[in-house]
Write a protein that binds this ligand. Structure first.
Ligand SMILES: [Zn+2]
Length: 246
């Protein structure tokens, strides 16, 4: 009987030791996993927080095109990275090109400059958008029109300025050729500005005013009329990019 008891106790003891060893092993594995996960998370955060000037996810991962990452806080950046690091948020907007009236400008130059404005790393592409020209239809129509043809689009359009009317982003050929007297930058930059401004309306933006004289004007300011003390600027400002949701 005492022998049976002895072996039972021995068996129970070895079982207990085995369980304890297993428990310790599980604990060690769990700790190791927690440590590895924390280290990876910190590494991601640290890597991302160093990318102060990221304006394209091309710089983060290969195989994705234009995307914008907020620069305002580390939390936003980290959130951005967790999404953009895996999947690019790149929305393609298509547009076709038409002319109205007897246009005398070089249409190929108009198209290539407009594409440059829209897909510039300084432009609306910072909001995760890219613009692709199609032969007809598309999300909007970019029109180069003579002054009377601009006015004919809508009651809100006139023969002097460019205009947006529904799906039509209309550039006044006179302004395309000459800019305006208020504009202090180059004609090339005026052209970028007017394309970005009118496309900005199509993207849902209203007008803005100069926030602080001496600083670049928001692209949605009516810079063709008055710079209001701001400097001429063809590109959307950070807060205009942030306000873009499409
Ligand atoms: Zn406007």
């Amino acid at each position: 009987m005492s022998k049976v008891l002895f072996f039972s106790r021995k068996f129970a003891k070895s079982l207990l030791t085995k369980i304890k060893t297993k428990k310790v092993a599980y604990m060690l594995v769990s700790l190791l996993l927690i440590f590895a996960f924390s280290a990876k998370t910190y590494a991601n955060w640290n890597e991302f927080s160093r990318n102060q000037e990221v304006t394209s996810c091309n710089t983060l991962i290969s195989g994705c095109s234009l995307a914008y990452i907020e620069k305002t806080s580390i939390e936003q950046k980290f959130q951005g990275e967790s999404v953009l690091g895996l999947v690019a948020t790149n929305k393609v907007i298509t547009f076709s090109v038409e002319t109205r009236g007897a246009i005398t400008s070089d249409l190929n130059e108009f198209i290539s400059l407009a594409l440059e404005s829209l897909n510039s790393p300084n432009g609306w592409s910072r909001a995760g958008l890219s613009f692709s020209r199609v032969q007809s239809g598309g999300n909007f129509t970019l029109v180069l029109a003579t002054p009377p043809e601009v006015a004919a689009f809508s009651i809100g359009c006139d023969s002097y300025y460019s205009c947006n009317a529904g799906r039509y982003v209309i550039i006044n050929e006179d302004r395309w050729k000459q800019g305006t007297t208020t504009w202090t930058g180059s004609l090339r930059d005026y052209r970028h500005m007017v394309v970005n401004h009118e496309t900005g309306h199509f993207l849902g933006h209203g007008h803005r005013n100069c926030q602080s004289p001496g600083s670049p004007a928001p692209v949605m300011q009516q810079q063709s009329i008055d710079l209001q003390g701001c400097t001429a600027n063809p590109w959307p400002l950070d807060y205009e990019i942030s306000a873009t949701s499409i």
